[in-house]
Design a protein. Structure first.
Lengths: 386, 386, 386
């Protein structure tokens, strides 16, 4: 149990109606999180993934993916240290032969003690797994709290005609700094030199602030919970002025007429962003900030496009590889990554949540913190990792 | 004083009659521990060793080894940083000339302050040293608690006709995970692929469980305290079965008739294992798990053989170099080492002692924990390191 | 807020009249500290420096140096990560455009939110800066506590005819171990093999102890506060004796007549040493132990010489480069540096302050600890870093 994952009580008490968000340093339990792309785990393959501070095994058996804690019940060693999979369905601990069934977590045998009364009476922790849109999702939580996956992904993500491509990377910051970096409409300032603008058919202001009504909270009982921010109801700022002098201007081209105002962003529990018309009209970026531990998150970056023919699919796959991945997911978003990483120290001891000095448009972030606190289905705490 | 060496009170309170064992994260004080082989310290040589969280100097003077804390009384610097040994019997601190006699620890002078009233009135901590069977033992504890070395080594180790050879390595785990790995009869499962079996004249089951009476506690007042486990009173398991199917079998050869049942193991305070008839009939393995700090132990591995002639000695020395060291101490035991190291994280915050899920044959380990708690002569605590 | 910068209450309570010194693990607030040499910061240049646990920007604008905390008020990121200096006087945060004026710390704009009501109403922390004798000094403290620089440097340092040359290095120890190493008259023992003695025109004893009256406390209201130690009132020790035998002697040459008795040392708040007639008669060494954080200090080493002509200046500059820097600041003082670094572990958890065993001449250090506790203008605490 590392000290850094324990949230300071004095800070939690100071933040009022977003206390739950501050407490969720290790993420919210009882939600679905993507951990890998489906095509990264072939039939019969085993992998180790981290999620909310836990270490898990995933294995694909007869096409279906299962997930189990990577820690033997007996002496707590990682099963993955030397995975003995003597049968398709089981994994045997290399140390003393404790053998678990992937589908249920049942302790089906102890090879060295075949008559132990523990056999058949103990279970290792397993978690539900689902695959959708080419991603493997794990429900990290308690059996009686399972909700449909559709409640934990942004609207439209599960649409049948959506083709999704992407990548993932480990970022050295808490997951919340990822979520806030993404949803924060102001941080466009950081992207003022992006190479992506040469491939986009609209322009970039250096900032924009929401007018009343731009930001909406979504709390339908049967759907995902989140906050939407409609950039068409924003006032863009094109020029940066210091002491009466224009010092910087947002890149504008006469040849294009759209602005980022056609974009809208929304953030959803348990920590996934949707950006409409991005990186270009006709595309939608969906990205997850998956808590690995208190100091790292898996940044799962995807772009979705509606496709109806094989030709559509091929064209999107080609553009993704040549444009949207290098200039968007790699180029544009790499700036977001270092921004999150250098923000981490200020929030690492929790005091950042009370010492920060937010400005008016950051009220969108406060909405997100409140919605997350109201609808997060549980807090992952260090005790849960034992 | 590092935080990791402080034992959690809540855990210590939960474990009942083996509380002392849980508290002895830094080892048991007032016992004898081997730190080096005698032939590693020539006449007049000085070395630094660690023991139970302390850093010590050892020096051989006129054939006799002495041990002293490697920390000047004055400003706490390591004397070994630049050892000024101006006379055979003394060491002078490089910083201000505090000079200590190895035999007594007396502050015999302060070279830069020859009239200080501290001189002759202060002592640096020294510990008793003995050499036996080619090992240098230090009694790490208080002067009035010294017991004979014979009470802290396994029966037979001091036998005059025993020839002892060995090596030592640093292992990145708490010492108790070393002791339990060694004494645990079940962990033979880990050795199922060992190259050692090509050189042994008996077979390996994949597991074996003690029948009533196999395990005995030894608590003679005048001798070492420990637990013995007689493998001839065990039921061997030759086949591992999952879902009714034999998935693995212990290696058996028609050409040899013995089994590991001729082996017996025993574990002794302060943390030393004896394995009879191992690595082969006629040999005995003695191995120590010497606490260096809360997270590391010195694994002192030795093999003893009764010898009566020079020919016997030469034959054993030759077999040791060509067979027992590469295939036993290096090969077979290297699996034990990584097993201990990957077990460490589960026990590092102490919760492993209450979260583990032992099975029936592990009752032998519980006996050991209880015996150690009853007979350990003191707990090394972070305060003792000041 | 790192744990290692929090001082143990039990230790602070045990040390009586030098409690403030023990508490000042991060240094004393409200004092002037040198951070760089003036010639290291050209016109328009920006640098990051550390001081008492804080990270600061320094910039030279129209010849004048200003200092500002390197942490945006908004989300706590380092401005230096990608310094956007769109005008000479300002720095703009790369993340959201918060723009600060160097001279005042005023938040003069938020480029992406030009109508925010925060603008003109918030300030980032700035600190007064002065340059003297080729050094840039920062007053790390509160505006209403500023004192003249002359009260925080040793007597004579600001003399107009003094030419000062030097260098700086980072040392891995708390600043107090630097100050005590320097002022401690006994530690000459460590320098017994220095190459510097070939260039000095006086001899080295191996130790020397103050006679009554040698040590004086200086507490003039209008001047610097410190302790002086006059080596001409010391008794030198030339021979080190163990068991009646001379084992080492201080280097003495028939050809020179002076001894180190012509040297005097003094230590001044907030942690600066003056050594008269050192490294040679006619020179004065001034050296600062500037707290960077709880475990590191900036060792600012300077040598001053009275000069009256251009010829004097050239001669000193030449001797500095060829003799005093390589054999004094680099050679002689490098021994001091490793001595401090290996002393650090004993004091790192604060217990060293009560576990040390000082000898009689160390009473000079106790005087210094008391004077520092009485006259330090404030303690830098972890809370101040928030």
């Amino acid at each position: 149990m590392s000290e850094e994952s324990i949230v300071r009580e004095d800070v939690a008490e100071m933040v009022g109606d977003w206390r739950g968000y501050v407490e969720a340093k290790l993420g919210f339990r009882n939600h679905w999180y993507p951990v890998r792309f489906s095509n990264e785990l072939g039939e019969g393959q085993l992998q180790v993934v981290e999620l909310l501070g836990e270490r898990l095994l995933i294995k694909r058996i007869d096409g279906v993916v299962y997930s189990m804690r990577d820690r033997c019940l007996h002496r707590g060693v990682p099963l993955s240290q030397k995975p003995d999979c003597f049968t398709k369905d089981t994994i045997t601990c290399w140390y003393h032969g404790y053998t678990y069934r992937f589908q249920t977590g049942d302790l089906v045998n102890i090879l060295a003690v075949p008559d132990s009364r523990l056999i058949g009476r103990r279970k290792i922790v397993t978690y539900p797994v689902e695959e959708a849109q080419g991603l493997i999702f794990i429900f990290l939580g308690d059996e009686d709290m399972v909700h449909p996956l559709a409640r934990d992904v942004p609207p439209g993500f599960l649409d049948e005609d959506l083709m999704v491509l992407g990548k993932h990377r480990v970022v050295d910051s808490n997951w919340r700094l990822g979520a806030e970096n993404g949803f924060d409409g102001l941080h466009i300032f950081i992207h003022k030199d992006t190479t992506l603008r040469h491939y986009r058919t609209f322009n970039f202001p250096i900032g924009h602030t929401p007018r009343p009504g731009a930001v909406q909270v979504v709390e339908d009982e049967e759907g995902p919970k989140g906050v939407t921010d409609d950039f068409s109801q924003h006032d863009p700022v094109w020029d940066g002025v210091i002491d009466g002098q224009v010092v910087i201007s947002g890149p504008r081209s006469e040849q294009v007429h759209g602005t980022s105002a056609s974009v809208g962003t929304s953030i959803w529990l348990p920590g996934v962003l949707k950006v409409d018309s991005f990186p270009n009209p006709g595309l939608t970026q969906f990205e997850w900030y998956v808590p690995l531990d208190a100091k790292r998150h898996l940044y799962v970056q995807t772009i979705g496009k509606k496709v109806h023919t094989e030709e559509d699919r091929n064209a999107f796959a080609s553009d993704f590889e040549s444009i949207w991945k290098p200039h968007g997911l790699d180029g544009f978003n790499s700036d977001d990554i270092w921004a999150r990483e250098v923000t981490e120290p200020f929030y690492a001891d929790d005091y950042g949540w009370v010492d920060e000095m937010l400005c008016e448009p950051d009220s969108t972030l406060l909405e997100w913190r409140r919605v997350a606190s109201r609808h997060g289905r549980g807090i992952q705490t260090p005790e849960k990792l034992r």
